[in-house]
Design a binder for this molecule. Structure first.
Ligand code: S3P
Length: 182
């Protein structure tokens, strides 16, 4: 695929539950466009000088959500056009989703089946403070299914949605690029 020279006038934002592939897809899209990719979690880690797990463990989730909100606003205010991969919880706290929608309509929700997420996340659970204590794949599926159910009303506010079932990173990325006319 050729590298696109883009005349975009607003950021592109990827949202979705933990493990849906937001960062990998954003990296892929950045490679084929003139957009710079920033992952909100990575930005938080750099700015705070500590890991996401350390922020959760030593300052608590509420403090993490405050930092996440502030960092989101900093990135949305960037003059440079970005492709942003957000954290799974970002759209669901404060008025973050309304806020994002005021900046751009180029928001895509990557929707991945619960059972696929549960398998993936069980393998990577130590990277994510909300999941680290879950001790079986079945319990992971139960947790993920309930949690996604609560978060769907926020994710569904995205103007674009993609069902990632059976698709690899390049297929998902290409579909998103077509949808938002990249
Ligand atoms: C979270 C998702 C994580 C990270 C934090 C909380 C969530 O990001 O922000 O662990 O509440 O869903 P990823 O979705 O990139 O894993």
């Amino acid at each position: 695929m050729e590298k696109h020279s883009l005349a975009v006038n607003s950021h592109i934002i990827l949202i979705g539950y933990m493990g849906c592939g937001k960062s990998s897809v954003a990296k892929y899209i950045a490679n084929f466009s003139d957009l710079k990719h920033i992952d909100l979690d990575d930005y938080i880690v750099k700015r705070e000088g500590r890991t996401i797990s350390d922020i959760f463990n030593f300052s608590g989730e509420l403090e993490f959500r405050k930092i996440e909100h502030i960092c989101l606003i900093e990135l949305l205010d960037s003059k440079e056009k970005l492709i942003l991969s957000l954290g799974g919880g970002t759209p669901c706290y404060y008025d973050n989703m309304e806020f994002i929608l005021n900046y751009t309509k180029n928001i895509c929700f990557i929707n991945t089946p619960n059972n696929i997420l549960a398998v993936r996340l069980f393998k990577e659970k130590l990277k994510r403070p909300l999941l680290s204590l879950i001790d079986s794949e079945n319990k992971m599926l139960e947790y993920v299914s309930k949690h996604i159910f609560e978060r769907l009303p926020f994710y569904n506010k995205a103007p674009f949605k993609i069902n990632s079932k059976g698709k690899n990173v390049s297929e998902i990325s290409i579909e998103i690029m077509k949808m938002i006319n990249l």
